[in-house]
Design a protein around this ligand. Structure first.
Ligand code: ZN
Ligand code: ZN
Length: 278
C-alpha cells in the first residue's frame, strides 16, 4: 500500500529549500494526498520563520488536505528564559542546569496566533552536558517523556535520533550512544514512553530520512529500529510518517521506507492523519 501522507516537511522559511507554493503540485504528482509544512520556530526572532511560513502557506492555496504545522525543539527552560531576555543567542545546548526544567521553543500563544494545526516535538540535542552513553540515554529519555506528555505536541519527531559526537570518520553512526546496539536502551524506557503516548493521544513518527532509511547506520541498527517502531504499533501507539524533507524541489524517500516498514507490518493505513480542513 503506497504511502499517501507526509507530516514532516521543511521549507525555505527555516532550514529547508522548497517554496510552499510549489509543494502542493509536487506532492500530488508523488501520490501524497495529506501533508503538512513543519518549519522550525526561532525563539530569538519571535517566530519570524513560522510567520513567514504561514504567509507562504496561505498564498500557496494548497487545498484542504495541505496543513500548517510546526516542529518544536525541546530545550532547558533556563535557555528559553535567557533567549527571551536577550542574554543568549539561539543555542539550545549551552549552559544552564543540566537537570533543570524543560521547555519547548513554541508556546500556546504562538500556536493560536499562527493557527498552527499540529505540532511535532523533537529532541534535537543533548542537554546533559556529559557526552557519555548512560547520561545521554537518560537525557534523551527525559526529553522524550517531556515531549510525549506535552499538551501542545501531536507527534513526537524522530525518537532516538542523534547527531552530536561519535560520528565515524566517514560520517556514519555506528557506535555510541546506541547505534552499535539499540538494545542498550532499556525496554522499560520504551514501555513507559509507549504508555505515555497512548495516555496522551500523541503519535510517534517513523522518520523516513533520518531514521528508517538512513544509510548512516548499520544494517543491524536499522533492523532494531524498525522492530522498535513495530513494537510501538503493537502496544497501541499511533505512528506518523514524515520525510523530514529539507531539499528543493519536494521529493521523498518513501519508496524505500515503504519497503522497509512493510517488513515489520507497518503500512499507510497505520499512520496518523489530520482530516481535511472544512
Ligand atoms: Zn527534527
Ligand atoms: Zn525536521
Amino acid at each position: 500500500m503506497t504511502i499517501s501522507c507526509d507530516w514532516h516537511i521543511h521549507s525555505r522559511n527555516s532550514d529547508g529549500g522548497l517554496a510552499p507554493m510549489e509543494l502542493a503540485g509536487r506532492a500530488a504528482e508523488l501520490g501524497i494526498l495529506d501533508y503538512g509544512l513543519t518549519d522550525h520556530g526561532d525563539l530569538p526572532h519571535k517566530q519570524k520563520s513560522l510567520r513567514d511560513a504561514r504567509r507562504e502557506f496561505l498564498a500557496a492555496k494548497g487545498g484542504p488536505r495541505f496543513h500548517f504545522g510546526a516542529e518544536a525543539s525541546c530545550m532547558l527552560q533556563w535557555t528559553s528564559d535567557e533567549i527571551v531576555a536577550g542574554r543568549l543567542e539561539d543555542s539550545l545546548y549551552v549552559g544552564g542546569p543540566a537537570d533543570g526544567p524543560l521547555a519547548l521553543d513554541l508556546s500556546a500563544e504562538d500556536v493560536a496566533e499562527l493557527e498552527i494545526e499540529y505540532v511535532i516535538g523533537s529532541v534535537h540535542g543533548p542537554l546533559c552536558g556529559v557526552l557519555e552513553r548512560e547520561p545521554v540515554i537518560r537525557d534523551n529519555f527525559r526529553q522524550l517523556m517531556f515531549i510525549v506528555t506535552h499538551p501542545l505536541v501531536d507527534v513526537v519527531g524522530h525518537p532516538w535520533w542523534w547527531i552530536r559526537g561519535w560520528k565515524d570518520a566517514d560520517g556514519r553512526l555506528t557506535g555510541k550512544p546506541w547505534f552499535d546496539d539499540f538494545d542498550v536502551v532499556p525496554q522499560s524506557m520504551h514501555e513507559e514512553f509507549a504508555a505515555a503516548a497512548i495516555e496522551h493521544g500523541t503519535a510517534v513518527e517513523a522518520n523516513a530520512a533520518t531514521m528508517v532509511m538512513s544509510s548512516a547506520y548499520t544494517e543491524k541498527f536499522n533492523h532494531q529500529y524498525l522492530n522498535y517502531l513495530a513494537k510501538l504499533k503493537e502496544r497501541g501507539v499511533r505512528l506518523s510518517i514524515g520525510s523530514d524533507w529539507h531539499g528543493n524541489p519536494y521529493g521523498n524517500d518513501f519508496a524505500k521506507a515503504e519497503k522497509a516498514l512493510a517488513t515489520v507490518g507497518i503500512s499507510d493505513r497505520d499512520f496518523w492523519r489530520l482530516p481535511p480542513r472544512l
